[in-house]
Design a protein around this ligand. Structure first.
Ligand SMILES: Nc1ncnc2c1ncn2[C@@H]1O[C@H](COP(=O)(O)OP(=O)(O)O)[C@@H](O)[C@H]1O
Ligand SMILES: O=P(O)(O)OC[C@H]1O[C@](O)(COP(=O)(O)O)[C@@H](O)[C@@H]1O
Length: 310
């Protein structure tokens, strides 16, 4: 089973505008609310691929009820810790030129009892998990290195830990308990304190993370596909050009594809192909965290993987 943690779920509201003019009153001609936050997008895509993930994290207030209801509707099993605060709303505004502007709330503050409740739930589900995906920001009130604690819990139970987060919480969680991280270029620059201009820069900047014990690294590069590194291989995943509609959630979709591959004992190259196919498929649709299996079948044949010399 795959367990998916979203500490900071949100109602993602997508607005479509012809032009996005700051300082004016504007009327949206398309609004689409979905249950979001990175981990929930991951869970939705895993479900569409045909596996049944279980979701943990924190939910509260009316927004929390809405999110839970949306998950129940698509039969995604969940066992969130109920908190006193109100779960957040995140906005994604897309204009006629397909520029996306995201406004992400910080989300509610949680307390020590919430964390203890979460830990007892996690401890139980890890018994039957092969893979754990934790995605997105921590809730306010959590220790900045909390993902390290999650990694230790996974390590004790022999569960493969995939982490997709950014900034200090990623930096503070780097350890030998990480099976996979998936920074994009911006996140990698923050993590390595280096400017990344091309694939070679990305590879050179990331190697020290392998020395610190991270087992596998996927550097996602939008339309340029992905670079993969572990101690044995460096791969360049080349993807075909596509006409994108909305790339928000493509990173989450690629994590879902990789996790699905690991759960089903796919080869490394096949995990990478599925990850990129899911990211690409998500980018073809307005809805965040939606993929289409026909696209995936097509992309799996078109993606090429080249090996770099170590
Ligand atoms: N513009 C795009 N064209 C084609 N594929 C894309 C595009 N944007 C994203 N993808 C696919 O989704 C994956 C993850 O997207 P990326 O934007 O790099 O991650 P994130 O959403 O975390 O920033 C990419 O590696 C790629 O496979
Ligand atoms: O938890 P965070 O890091 O604040 O991110 C939340 C936001 O990230 C998203 O999942 C999009 O992430 P990606 O575009 O990186 O895949 C939104 O759906 C969500 O609102």
């Amino acid at each position: 089973m795959i367990t998916v943690i979203t500490f900071n779920p949100s109602i993602d509201r997508l607005y479509k505008l012809e032009t996005f003019k700051i300082g004016t009153v504007q009327r949206a001609n398309f609004v689409n609310p979905t249950a979001g936050g990175k981990g929930l997008n991951v869970a939705k895509v895993i479900k569409q691929l045909g596996e049944s993930p279980i979701c943990l994290g924190f939910l509260g207030g009316y927004n929390g009820l809405y999110i839970k209801n949306e998950l129940d509707k698509v039969e995604i099993v969940n066992n969130f810790t109920e908190i006193n605060g109100e779960s957040r709303i995140c906005l994604n505004i897309i204009d006629g030129d397909k520029n996306s502007t995201e406004i992400l709330e910080k989300g509610p503050r949680i307390n020590e009892d919430d964390i203890l409740d979460f830990e007892s739930k996690l401890d139980k589900v890890l018994e039957s998990s092969k893979v754990l995906v934790a995605s997105g920001s921590l809730s306010q009130g959590m220790p900045v290195d909390y993902y390290k604690t999650v990694g230790e819990m996974c390590n004790r139970k022999g569960v493969k830990f995939i982490l997709d987060t950014s900034g200090r919480s990623l930096e503070m969680s780097i350890s030998e308990n990480l099976y996979l991280i998936k920074p994009n270029i911006e996140e990698l620059e923050l993590l390595t304190h280096k400017k990344i201009n091309n694939k070679e820069d990305a590879i050179n900047a990331s190697k020290f993370l392998l020395e610190k014990g991270v087992k596998n690294i996927c550097i996602s590069m939008g339309k340029d596909g992905m670079i993969f590194l572990n101690k044995e291989h460096i791969y360049d995943v080349k993807i075909p050009k596509i006409e994108v509609l909305n790339t928000v959630g493509s990173g989450d979709s690629s994590i879902a594809g990789f996790a699905y591959g690991v759960l089903n004992d796919y080869s490394l190259k096949d995990c990478l192909k599925l990850a990129n196919s899911c990211g690409m498929s998500n980018a073809l649709y307005m809805e965040t965290g939606y993929i289409n299996k026909k696209d995936i079948a097509l992309f799996l044949n078109e993606i090429k993987i080249n090996e770099y010399n170590y």
